[in-house]
Design a protein. Structure first.
Length: 178
C-alpha cells in the first residue's frame, strides 16, 4: 500500500495544480510529481444513428480534433450538471436525461483527473444557448458510428474519451442506437 509522506505545491494554475509528493511504496520513499485536476465530463450524443462530434483546434497538441462534446468540471461542480452545460455551450443542444456510461482516469500514472462519460439519444435544440468559451471555435458534425470508428482506425480521432465512448457505442448498439 502506498502512503504519502509529504506533498509540496510546485505550481497552482487556472486549470490544475502540481505537487511533488514523497510517497512510501513497499517500505521505500519515492518522489512523485502529481497533477491535480477537478476532472471533466464528456457526452456521447446519438440521434438518428449519427454521433455528434465537435471539431476544434487544440493548442496543446497543435492539431484539430474530433471529440464528443466535453469540458472541465469547475471546483465542486456536479458532473451531471457540467455535462448539460458543456453540451449546450459546445453544440447548442440540451437533453432531458443524460445516462451514465462510465468514469475513467485520463492518465493515472501522474494525474488524478477523472472524466465522467454520459450518453443520450434525447436532445433538444436550445433557442438561446449558453455561449462557447471565449477561446473556443467549435464546429459540430453528425457522423455515423461506422464512419467515426473508421476515423479512429485512420488516426483522425485520437482523443481517448471519444474513442472510449465510440467503442462503447459499438459494443452496445441495441441499447444506444435505438
Amino acid at each position: 500500500m502506498e502512503k504519502t509522506q509529504s506533498a509540496k505545491l510546485i505550481f497552482d494554475g487556472n486549470i490544475f495544480k502540481v505537487t511533488q509528493d514523497t510517497a512510501q511504496i513497499n517500505g521505500k520513499c519515492y518522489s512523485r510529481d502529481i497533477v491535480h485536476h477537478h476532472g471533466g465530463v464528456g457526452i456521447l450524443v446519438i440521434q438518428k444513428n449519427k454521433i455528434l462530434l465537435v471539431k476544434q483546434f487544440r493548442y496543446a497538441i497543435q492539431e484539430t480534433t474530433f471529440e464528443i462534446p466535453a469540458g472541465k468540471l469547475e471546483k465542486d461542480e456536479d458532473p451531471y450538471t457540467c455535462g448539460l452545460r458543456e453540451l449546450e455551450e459546445e453544440s447548442g443542444y440540451t437533453s432531458p436525461k443524460l445516462k451514465p456510461l462510465c468514469t475513467m482516469y485520463s492518465t493515472p500514472g501522474f494525474c488524478n483527473e477523472q472524466i465522467h462519460l454520459y450518453w443520450t439519444n434525447q436532445i433538444e435544440k436550445v433557442e438561446n444557448p449558453l455561449p462557447m468559451d471565449e477561446d473556443e471555435n467549435i464546429e459540430i458534425q453528425w457522423i455515423s458510428l461506422e464512419n467515426a470508428l473508421s476515423m479512429i482506425e485512420l488516426g483522425k480521432i485520437k482523443d481517448a474519451k471519444t474513442i472510449i465512448a465510440l467503442q462503447y457505442a459499438a459494443l452496445h448498439p441495441t441499447t444506444l442506437l435505438k
